[in-house]
Design a protein around this ligand. Structure first.
Ligand SMILES: [Zn+2]
Length: 290
């Protein structure tokens, strides 16, 4: 089995046909690694825009790809075909964050008629590395850049060379070589040839705000008194607030009141539940003994 690190560079430009902006893939860079994560092959093509003769200044600054280079590039269709031939069979394809996958989808949908980028097994390397960082006790935000991840993990990077598609892939390969754990890695590999793969990737999780929503498992609204272990009785009905539900509950045994908060996050095929219970502090009253 081979491993492929794919790194796309794209630029946002106005596409008259859809009367709006879209991110066009203008470079495909990739490296192929063997089982020891040594680089055995590289792929690098520049793509000619399907509809624009211009590039944003930012894109050129970031990638070093000039308008002239872009205009003498391959068509997107040919680039995808060349990549598919190069990638071969039985590869685990990785990208740094899944935004590349969204862009591939958008490009396939809006600019191509049937040609698809070959993805058999897929892993989001950002997600994997973030998991490893957490295990090492290194704090990181949820969308850490490749550069910041490399710095945090003590991997030398040539900052100037980053954002060249190939240079990014080399940094990814180095990270992988150093922080590979077979079990945790395999657990994140998804079957990109599965029919629901793309729906899964385009699905945006959301918080359920309607208490009668059928995805809510009602027993998740049951709470028990931490002291008496008895089920708490609801005092006021559940109210939807800030993506969650709040209610005041009371123990019939000890009389203590609690604030309960439950959040239901709808994922593609599950519902994530977060439950909180805190004792409601009684209002302080001045006691007058007279
Ligand atoms: Zn109680």
């Amino acid at each position: 089995m081979n491993y492929v690190i794919l790194d796309l560079e794209w630029d946002g430009s106005y596409y008259p046909k859809i009367n709006g902006f879209m991110n066009q893939i203008l470079q495909i860079g990739a490296v192929k690694l063997n089982a020891g994560f040594d680089i055995i092959d590289t792929f690098d093509v520049i793509i000619k825009s399907s509809f624009s003769k211009r590039l944003s200044k930012r894109f050129t600054e970031l990638t070093g790809i000039t308008k002239e280079k872009m205009l003498s590039g391959m068509s997107l269709n040919d680039a995808f075909k060349a990549y598919n031939y190069w990638v071969g069979d039985d590869a685990v394809t990785m990208t740094w964050s899944n935004s590349d996958i969204y862009t591939v989808l958008e490009n396939e949908k809006k600019l191509l008629s049937g040609t698809k980028l070959k993805l058999e097994k897929y892993l989001d390397l950002q997600k994997y590395i973030q998991g490893e960082m957490k295990l090492l006790g290194i704090e990181c935000n949820s969308q850490i850049s490749l550069l910041n991840a490399a710095i945090a993990l003590g991997v030398d990077v040539d900052e100037a060379a980053l954002h060249d598609a190939k240079a990014d892939s080399l940094v990814c390969a180095t990270l992988l070589k150093r922080f590979y754990n077979r079990e945790r890695f395999n657990a994140l590999v998804t079957d990109a040839s599965a029919p629901d793969f793309f729906e899964r990737y385009t699905f945006k999780p959301y918080y359920i705000t309607d208490i009668s929503n059928g995805d809510i498992e009602k027993t998740q609204l049951d709470f028990f008194c931490p002291d008496c272990k008895k089920q708490l009785k609801i005092k006021k009905n559940w109210k939807s607030r800030f993506g969650g539900f709040n209610a005041v509950l009371q123990c019939v045994d000890c009389g203590k009141e609690y604030n309960a908060n439950v959040k239901f996050k709808k994922m593609f095929d599950t519902v994530k539940v977060r439950r909180r219970l805190s004792e409601k502090k009684p209002v302080q009253k001045d006691i007058n003994n007279e």
